[in-house]
Design a protein around this ligand. Structure first.
Ligand SMILES: Cc1ncc(COP(=O)(O)O)c(C=O)c1O
Length: 377
């Protein structure tokens, strides 16, 4: 709840419903973090050419990047063979998701999301004082039929991350098309595609074709993940030009910084870096998944750069594993929702880091084993 300290001035009621979605620890008395695998950043960092582009641009940081959106839009359109009039650039995909919500929702409208999907989505609805409707799922994967059950005449947006965070699960192209085909034309289908570049599943479909065949589909994309530019905040979206025009009306005068723009251009032109990261991630994902399974943890099959694992046994709980890892200077991610109380999410780092995480988890199980006396019985 918002406090009353605003005096007579009041933010709108939706803001009082915004909740944190990640567990933030109190940093006092804890050892420094050596392995941070909590925020799905790319350990491989940006491409060398992006670093050089930022250094070269740095002397111009006193200027607004007046031409950046136009130029970046042209280059994204060329690289992805898409219509520049459907592209909007922003500060990362969260900025675009927020602007989409604010462009298409007003008080009383409904946005449908998946209950265990990207946990910021309900908050995007609240910023427009609209109502998030959380459709139930199965096996932590969005369920098209349950989403369709939630559609009413108040529905304006269905917003899903595909692949999703924190589960790492995905919906196939066929499922997304079935969802789209069953939605009224008046509902915008927003596909947050932050992890699209990591997907290996053959039945996944890049939403580009669906966007071009319809007037009511959007994808958001980011430079934060595979391109390693999370700290610069750069993303883009693609939709029918009329949808893009609406979103462009909301945002700052010069919506991206000149250094982010230069780094983004350099990253687009260095596809070898993205390919390298994809391949490394794939290998680490398989190896780490196998390692967790060897420790008898339940692993949700991931198409992303992170893995969610379930610690089902109360003697070996996720909270205890988190604390044990933290005492070894490793930061994993715990999530607020009760659905994830038994889970930890691990961003995929370098192979040697993930081996160390597995070693520490092994130690955790041995340590708990000894301390709960299970060995003696
Ligand atoms: C599903 C999903 N969407 C969007 C974002 C935000 O990405 P960006 O850095 O582009 O704002 C994240 C970040 O972790 C994410 O997991």
């Amino acid at each position: 709840m918002l406090s009353d300290s605003c005096g007579g001035v009041r933010p709108h009621a939706g803001l009082g419903r915004i909740k944190p979605h990640m567990v933030i620890e109190n940093l006092e008395d804890l050892p420094a973090i050596r392995i941070d695998i909590s925020s799905n950043e790319s350990v491989y960092g940006p491409s060398q050419s992006a670093i050089e582009a930022v250094i070269n641009e740095s002397e111009y940081m006193y200027r607004y990047a007046s031409d950046a959106v136009r130029e970046l839009t042209i280059q994204i359109a060329k690289r992805h063979n898409i219509n520049p009039n459907g592209i909007v650039c922003g500060h990362g995909s969260d900025d675009l998701l927020l602007r989409i919500a604010q462009s298409f929702l007003q008080t009383g409208d409904e946005l449908i999301c998946s209950i265990n999907g990207y946990q910021r989505i309900p908050n995007f609805a609240h910023t427009a004082n609209a109502q998030p409707i959380k459709a139930s799922d199965h096996n932590l994967t969005a369920d098209i039929d349950r989403i369709l059950d939630c559609v009413t005449e108040k529905t304006r947006i269905v917003m899903l991350a595909n692949p999703d965070n924190p589960s790492g699960t995905y919906l196939s192209g066929t499922e997304i098309r079935r969802l789209h085909a069953s939605l009224p034309d008046s509902v915008l289908l927003v596909l947050d595609s932050a992890y699209l570049e990591y997907v290996a599943a053959e039945n996944f479909e890049n939403p580009k074709a669906l966007i071009e065949e319809s007037q009511n589909t959007v994808m958001t994309r980011t430079f934060s993940k595979i391109h390693g530019l999370a700290g610069l905040r750069l993303g883009w979206m693609y939709a029918a030009p009329a949808v893009a025009d609406a979103v462009k009306k909301i945002g700052m005068t010069f919506p991206i910084s000149n250094v982010a723009f230069r780094a983004g251009l350099a990253s687009l032109n260095d596809q070898s870096h993205a390919k390298f990261v994809y391949q490394q991630n794939l290998k680490v994902r398989d190896d780490f998944t196998n390692g967790l399974e060897m420790l008898e943890l339940e692993v949700i099959p991931s198409q992303t750069n992170f893995v969610l694992a379930r610690f089902p046994h109360p003697d070996y709980s996720a909270v205890n594993a988190y604390a044990f890892l933290r005492s070894h200077e490793i930061l994993a991610r715990r999530l607020m929702s009760d659905s994830f109380a038994e889970y930890l999410r691990f961003t995929l780092g370098f192979p040697e880091q993930m081996n160390e995480v597995l070693d520490v988890l092994q130690l955790f199980f041995e340590h708990q084993h000894n301390h709960t006396g299970i060995l003696e019985h």
